[in-house]
Design a protein around this ligand. Sequence first.
Ligand code: ADP
Ligand code: ASP
Ligand code: MG
Length: 421
Amino acid sequence: MKKIIVQKFGGTSVADTDKIKNVAKTVIREKNNGNDVVVVVSAMGHTTDHLVKMAHDINPNPSSREMDMLLSTGECVSIALLTMAIQAQGYKAVSFNASQIGILTENIHSKARIVDIKTEKLKKNLEAGNIIVVAGFQGVTEDGEITTLGRGGSDTSAVALAAALNAERCDIYTDVEGVYTTDPRVVPNASRLDIVSYEEMLELAHAGANVLHPRSVETAKQYSVPLRVRSSFNLDNMGTLIIGVDEMEINKPVTGVAADSSQVRIVVCEVPDTPGEAATLFSSLAKENVSVDMIIQSYARKASQTNDIAFTINKEDLPKALDVLEDVKVRLNAADVKIDENISKVSIIGAGMIDRPGIASTMFQTLADSNINIKMISTSEIKISCLINKEDASKAVKKLHEVFSLGCDEIADVKGTLPDV
Ligand code: ADP
Ligand code: ASP
Ligand code: MG
């Protein structure tokens, strides 16, 4: 049996018809290597951003079901055009959306998880000699509802397909030449990493390095899918390989720096200091599928016997969270709920920081020297995150990148442009 290679091309790689023709060549090159090829594509260029903007022009709080109906159309355009481009080169190709294949997800709109992928149709079509082009980012529930996997979710579609098909590897083609020590748009002399562990990549992705969707890394780790991030525009560069941490040699304490400006901080003030209050607050949010990231409960004030509970969530979830908090505030007898949207989370990540003292203090000192105030701190074994004011984020990333000696002499080649909406 032939080996199966899954290739994924992001929005910049399919931004116009010339780029789609270029992608067709890359796909055909893999087919000519003697492999079966399954291709996953994103919506063209900034299509998804424009669709989001149109929706909000029409309705400031659109229903998540209709958002999924709308956003899933972007990828449907790309698959048909890419398939036509491959066919124009004389190769057999067929496109499928998620419903046609059976990319089954949970019954949650806008950030559904894939629960199963039917492979019969895919295998039958590969056996018939077809290159298969699949719409990324979308799924379908058992009862036929269209879902999406969260922004950037086409990476996860690709890795999940690679796992389901037991593919040889999954190549993520994008607009940079691999995974860098930080976003090369922010720090042009960021270094490209040849190898990075699943564990570090997962932390980087969660910390805002949107080169990979976090769940794609989770899935790759779970099913041991060899994952490569490489450039659509420079096929000579093999990019970055993502593998298990035990296969790596660790030299530096910090592997990368990331910033995430997509969160908001909520403070529930003066919550009575009695058992069960935090459980009530966070279970109410969980019931509405609001994921919470950083959490701080303040030291109880003796006089009033109350705590403040501060936490961060994704700003997309703010309207839902506010609905929940209106009711929870009364149930908890809390004094107030405050929202801070002017925040950014900066993080340093590295498997090399385990058991190495002084990394956190270097981070805090670096921020202090730059006159950057820290609003919240959270840590894991291989990550330290600080919440700071949004306007300080890019300065913080640059300073931390410098202090942990992550730069190189070259300037990264970045093809795309930042979203313009
Ligand atoms: P695609 O449309 O191909 O999915 P994305 O825009 O989702 O591309 O991801 C690629 C972008 O991720 C790059 O252009 C870069 O600006 C950004 N990025 C953020 N952090 C990193 C990092 N550590 N390494 C590489 N790219 C990063
Ligand atoms: N088109 C979707 C987005 O822009 C999914 C993706 O590109 O991965 O978020
Ligand atoms: Mg992406």
